[in-house]
Unconditional design. Structure first.
Ligand code: NI
Length: 191
């Protein structure tokens, strides 16, 4: 168990295209556990290995990191409608079916404090390996589909701000470079 350092965009590590995991061995399982630990510590709902400078095709998602659904039946129903069944690791994920479109205000632990609307598929079916190395398929919609697509982009070296216009992206970049200076001085990033 370990919390790793999250790279802040435009860190070059975030542009690396991740390679396929050949065997889900103990080192991959440690990576997955560290991704969960790092994501929870940073109060995120998803994290890709690329974001901790590991160019391997692995990501984790938990849309209910504070277990709110236990005492919020509306949220529990929403999570169920999205196809979310609990914390999930996706290794070598592939989208095997997709339909519809949805605009969602996205954020990213690698671009703290910034949210922007991005267009994604509304419904996807994903095939991947779980943390035990077993193949599974799941269908996701709404925020779950958005989160999976956002994290899968990271594995292609793509960060959501790259969907923005150059002008907006440059503004974000300047903010991040300023923030990075602060972070390097020992001040924690906001997200
Ligand atoms: Ni992200």
């Amino acid at each position: 168990m370990a919390v790793r350092k999250i790279c802040i965009w435009p860190d070059p590590a975030l542009s690396e295209i991740a390679t396929k995991v050949e065997v889900v061995d103990a080192s991959v399982q440690t990576l997955v556990q560290d991704l969960f630990d790092t994501m929870y510590e940073a109060h995120g709902v998803g994290l890709a290995a690329t974001q901790v400078a590991v160019a391997q095709r692995a990501l984790v998602i938990d849309l209910d990191p504070l277990a709110d659904a236990v005492h919020d039946s509306e949220y529990a129903e929403q999570l169920e409608a999205w196809g979310f069944k609990g914390p999930q690791a996706f290794i070598n994920p592939e989208i095997i079916a997709s339909s519809g479109s949805i605009w969602w205000e996205e954020g990213c632990l690698s671009v703290p404090g910034i949210t922007e609307k991005v267009k994604r598929f509304d419904e996807i079916t994903v095939k991947a390996l779980d943390a035990k190395g077993e193949v599974f398929e799941l269908s996701a919609s709404g925020l779950y589909a958005v989160a999976i697509q956002h994290e899968m982009d990271h594995l292609e070296g793509k960060v959501f701000v790259e969907y923005l216009s150059k002008l907006k992206r440059d503004v974000v970049k300047r903010k991040m470079l300023k923030l990075k200076t602060h972070t390097d001085d020992g001040v924690e990033a906001a997200l």
